[in-house]
Design a protein around this ligand. Structure first.
Ligand code: GP9
Ligand code: MN
Length: 634
């Protein structure tokens, strides 16, 4: 009896030891990745403790399920899958500074292409992130310290582990709420979610969100559009007629500049201007210096979505993939109805970002993609067709087009990893600690030269007098990962406020009859559509637009980011913290920015509801009912 009890105790003790070792091993790795590879901006000791604690519940959950399904083999499988998931996020984070969402997985082909730079994000030392898998396998399968029994976890134990995960998570969440209330309801920022609940729990949460959004379209009905329209009407003032119709009947070239940020404008490197041509050009047009990109995971495609619909893109995934076949009342469709030939010109695969499908839904008449350009190896580099040739061929195509036309051109050369052939480099590379930023200066300089050739040739074209150019940056090129280098270049510390201000992209309206002026209004890509229709003097019957004409002197000065942050006339609000927009000083008054944050959240939710519910399919019906109601009132 005595021996057997001792035997049992020893056996239980060694079993528990193995459990503890394997759990501990994964815990250490996950903590290491969360604290050292991701930059989650831990601000105090409490946050650091939450971050250290948060892997635990998810580890109990995945190991518990593994054991429940297949004993120790299952535990090892959980260990391996968990490790792979962590690592895939590490790679994704290096490229995107963000975490994977389920909708992003539908775009694997795209992601593979984006990783034209995969070599740049893989690192040899990454192999170390898998050494622990071998140790875990050894512990689970070969270690037998007491030579009494092998490690044989019972399924019941798996169930117990999985159940223990629940109170562990509850503790985690309660603790996180001490830092941020309603964490799970206010989920625009994945960095914050991961900081507070950990990467694996974040994925569980993301899966729940996915299920919820899929339900939304099925459950949607036409009534849901009414509050959106009412909300938007509240914000609308009498239409200003500033510059209304100055470009009536003219062609429009919307020129989307890849990864081009405002900080390069009027800036120098080694004493040379980075964008000498644009710097002069902007003096001849209307230049907006407080104009922000508003994209999220869909990058360029998100900026295209903003332009076409004056709605916000999604917080998870690229709306070009997730809701490509919704009904939209897009700008291209509107212009086509007004006699325009609407098209996109972009020398990449037509399926990239699912463009060929979504462009149809937005109402474009045509798409000139890679296959429509005569691309030779001599004229290509990195991502493909070099901008100068792309521009020149595109102008030739425009000569032939039916007029008036609306062409959106998307450049490509100034794309991460910012590589250029030697003979195209017009400036020495930068001297910061980031190769990415150092090369970025060179591709920016190259793009400016290509722009020069384009605009100068355009000026010679016979449609110059009848065309306006709308030039804007699609999104940032230099991510937060390069903050230190950016600080070295700009010679200041890049704090949250500066990082936010770096999300400004240049925006210029240029053409015959448009006088040069600087416009400081606070706006973003969501405002492009109403601005363009105002210039063209085209009545836009779609009431579901979140943007405001940038030309309107009395417009609402507000720009909302996809993270729920905002800039308005006075303030910049970032993750609950308020700054003076001009000086960047923290504003200590408690609720100076509360209204801004609430507005941002409300507006993003409205926009999301339209996309998730595919609500524009009910627009005609809703408007008919409204008109009838109005008539009855009269
Ligand atoms: C690809 C180009 C770049 O066609 O638009 O896409 P991005 O990575 O910037 O979203
Ligand atoms: Mn882009």
């Amino acid at each position: 009896m005595f021996t057997s009890k001792k035997y049992l105790n020893k056996s239980t003790a060694s079993k528990l030891a193995i459990y503890a070792l394997v759990v501990g091993l994964f815990w250490i790795k996950m903590s290491y990745i969360q604290s050292n590879i991701f930059s989650l901006k831990v601000e105090n000791a409490n946050e650091a403790s939450i971050l250290a604690f948060n892997p635990l519940s998810s580890i109990f959950l995945i190991f518990g399920i593994g054991i429940l399904l297949a004993g120790r083999k299952g535990m090892l499988v959980s260990y391996i899958l968990g490790s792979v998931l962590l690592y895939v996020n590490v790679l994704f984070y290096r490229e995107y500074n963000d975490f994977i969402t389920i909708p992003m997985l539908n775009q694997v082909a795209n992601l593979a292409d984006l990783g034209g730079s995969i070599g740049t994000i893989l690192s040899l030392t990454d192999a170390l992130l898998f050494v622990d898998v071998l140790i875990a396998a050894f512990l689970l399968f070969y270690l037998n310290p007491e030579r009494l029994t092998r490690f044989m976890p019972k399924r019941r134990e798996g169930l117990i582990m999985a159940v223990i995960a629940i109170p562990l998570f509850a503790v985690n969440l309660q603790w996180a709420e001490t830092e941020r209330t309603d964490l799970l309801e206010r989920t625009f920022d994945r960095n914050m979610l991961v900081k507070y609940i950990g990467l694996l729990n974040y994925h569980v949460y993301d899966a729940v969100l996915q299920g919820k959004t899929e339900m939304k379209k099925t459950l949607a009905d036409s009534n849901e559009l009414v509050p959106v329209i009412n909300y938007l009407n509240e914000d609308k003032k009498a239409d200003s007629d500033n510059l209304e119709g100055v470009a009536e009947g003219k062609n429009v070239i919307a020129l989307s500049l890849e990864s081009t940020q405002t900080f390069v404008v009027d800036n120098t490197l080694h004493g040379e201007e980075l964008t000498p041509y644009f710097n002069d050009l902007k003096e001849e047009g209307i230049y907006f210096d407080n104009f922000y990109h508003q994209v999220k995971q869909g990058r360029t495609s998100d900026s295209e979505f903003l332009l076409a619909n004056s709605m916000y893109p999604l917080n998870r995934g690229a709306v070009f993939f997730t809701h490509s076949e919704n009904e939209y009342k897009g700008l291209p469709g509107l212009l086509s109805d007004n006699g325009y030939f609407t098209n996109v010109m972009h020398a990449n695969d037509k399926t990239f970002w699912n463009r060929n499908v979504t462009y149809d839904s937005l109402g474009y008449d045509d798409f000139f993609s890679k296959e429509d350009y005569t691309i030779t190896p001599e004229k290509s580099y990195g991502w493909g067709y070099l901008d100068e040739y792309f521009f020149s061929d595109s102008l030739d195509k425009m000569e032939e087009m039916d007029k008036p036309f609306f062409s959106k051109l998307i450049t490509l050369t100034n794309h991460y990893p910012f590589d250029l052939p030697e003979d195209k480099k017009m400036i020495e590379e930068g001297e910061t600690n980031s190769g990415t930023l150092n090369r970025y200066f060179q591709t920016i300089r190259y793009q400016d030269e290509a722009l020069k050739q384009f605009v100068e040739k355009f000026k010679q074209s016979e449609f110059y007098d009848d065309t306006i150019l709308v030039i804007y940056g699609d999104h940032f090129g230099i991510s937060e990962n390069h903050q230190k280098a950016m600080g070295q270049y700009l010679d200041k510390e890049i704090n949250d406020y500066e990082q936010f201000q770096l999300q400004r992209v240049p925006m210029l309206i240029y053409g015959e009859g448009i006088e040069g002026q600087k416009n400081h209004t606070v706006g973003g890509q969501v405002d492009l559509r109403p601005t363009i229709t105002n210039l063209l003097g085209i009545e836009d019957p779609n009431p579901v637009q979140f943007g405001h004409d940038l030309m309107d002197p009395d417009r609402r000065q507000m720009m909302i980011t996809r993270d729920g942050d905002f800039a308005n006339e006075e303030y910049v609000g970032i993750q609950g913290v308020c700054y003076d927009r001009e000086t960047g000083e923290k504003v200590e008054t408690e609720d100076a920015c509360t209204e801004g944050f609430e507005k941002a959240q409300e507006e993003l939710e409205m926009s999301d509801s339209v996309i998730y519910g595919d609500l524009l399919r009910y627009l005609d019906e809703t408007q008919m009912i409204e008109t009838e109601a109005n008539q009855q009132e009269e």
